[in-house]
Design a protein around this ligand. Structure first.
Ligand code: NI
Length: 445
């Protein structure tokens, strides 16, 4: 059966709508129609081959879009909670990342994607190594994904190797199932020189794809480059998501605004690594398209947009005043702004949009009083992942009533493989540390 009818639920079509009771008709991977409950019975007679789901007592909202993460980093959750961003990156992450292998990366991504699906995230934007493994995990689990190879420059050979991997994954996976897309991921202006950023901009234009980059994340970066120089590489002429922008000043905001660069706000990661609060309210005032990202499990430590929305909102209110940053703006950032950044019909539950949605249980305590006019506020400030009843991407249920429906292997097998690889990584790392004790930290790349 190619059609699905989600019946009797309350529906929030978009951040700017009111909650209404209606039925959603889905054809393949798209929303075909929204039908007021009272006339469904009449119209239903004309619909054949429909699989029905009674979702009484539930609220259907657009699927959440995680616009910045590194899914393989699930292995490093809890590894470096109390260190500076430099130590975090150079002392803890890089040495372990050198030991990763492609099958490990697959299981790392699997665990993160399962976490995201059960937390109501139906699209994620990923930057990392082992893009074939991440793309395969996303393909296998049915989530929508925009994936790029993290590119940094060390030697001409190293650069070429990474670019070739990025292009290889593009050729193998881009457009697969109309939900896996491969872009380019220059890591940051302090790890990729200007002429190489120009090369990436040319490639992104040639392949007509998106770019992700970390920009102005930490205070040191402000001294290292000027955003106008990055703009002049041509990188902002393609759809670009720039993660963080914590240290964007007024001039930088002007550049981001005129170049229509999309920004991913990662409040938990920014605060946990001690970087600070991004000027999101100012960016929104200048018309910049801002989305939410979780960043990876090694700096967040959970892949959960409910907590990003709440923490992100509280920080903006602290910085700019409690009358700023309304619930509608916050929900737009988590939904349709993500769709706008990715140039896909996502983040609204309208006919013609992709059937990516989340079902929340409004009979949970976090939703009380579950008065319809209060539900949007509850989603931002009270709801948490345990209130997610189901998640759907591209018209397929990925998660329903506590079960992962797209998992081919058993859940336990995935967790066992993940844990075994985690132990392998730690053992390898410990034995290397032992043999290179006299080397201080020079082995960090
Ligand atoms: Ni990041």
């Amino acid at each position: 059966m190619s059609k699905k009818l989600l019946k009797n639920a309350y529906v929030l079509i978009s951040a700017d709508d009111d909650v209404e009771k209606m039925n959603i008709l889905i054809d393949k991977d798209e929303i075909e129609d929204l039908i007021p409950v009272e006339i469904t019975n009449k119209r239903e007679q004309g619909i054949e081959n429909v699989e029905e789901f009674d979702l009484s007592g539930k609220l259907i909202v657009p699927g959440f879009i995680n616009a910045h993460t590194h899914s393989v980093m699930s292995y490093f959750r809890g590894l470096a909670d109390d260190v500076s961003i430099d130590d975090w990156l150079f002392k803890y992450m890089f040495p372990r990342e050198d030991l990763l292998e492609s099958e490990m990366a697959y299981y790392g991504a699997m665990v993160s994607i399962l976490e995201m699906i059960s937390n109501g995230i139906t699209t994620f934007v990923d930057m990392y190594m082992f893009t074939d493994s991440v793309a395969k995990a996303a393909y296998d689990l049915g989530i929508r994904a925009y994936i790029s190879r993290g590119l940094s420059y060390d030697t001409p050979e190293g650069w070429k190797k990474r670019l070739n991997e990025n292009i290889g994954t593009y050729e193998k996976y881009n457009g697969l199932d109309d939900r896996i897309y491969i872009g380019f991921g220059p890591h940051a202006p302090y790890t990729v020189p200007i002429d190489k950023l120009k090369e990436v901009a040319k490639l992104a234009k040639k392949y007509q794809t998106h770019v992700q980059i970390h920009l102005l994340e930490s205070t040191n970066e402000k001294q290292l480059y000027n955003l106008i120089d990055i703009e002049n590489t041509g990188l902002f002429e393609v759809p670009t998501i720039s993660a963080h922008c914590v240290y964007a000043d007024e001039k930088d905001i002007e550049v981001l605004s005129r170049s229509e660069v999309n920004v991913a706000y990662n409040p938990t990661s920014n605060m946990k690594l001690g970087n600070g609060i991004a000027p999101i309210v100012k960016m929104l005032e200048k018309g910049i398209n801002v989305t939410f990202g979780t960043d990876g499990s090694a700096s967040n430590n959970s892949l959960n947009l409910f907590s990003e929305m709440k923490i992100g909102a509280i920080l903006q209110k602290y910085k700019y005043g409690p009358d700023k940053f309304h619930v509608e703006e916050i929900l737009r950032m988590a939904w349709e702004n993500g769709g706008f950044a990715l140039e896909e019909k996502l983040g609204r539950l309208e006919p013609g949009f992709k059937a990516d949605l989340v079902v929340l249980d409004i009979n949970s305590l976090e939703f009380f009083p579950n008065d319809l006019s209060k539900l949007k506020s509850h989603i931002v400030y009270s709801v948490n992942p345990k209130n997610v009843y189901a998640s759907m991407a591209a018209g397929k249920w990925l998660y329903f009533d506590g079960k992962f429906l797209t998992l081919k292997e058993g859940e336990e097998k995935i967790y066992e493989q993940f844990y075994n690889y985690y132990k392998t990584l730690e053992n390898k790392h410990n034995s290397l540390n032992f043999s290179s004790n006299y080397n201080t930290n020079d082995n960090c790349r």
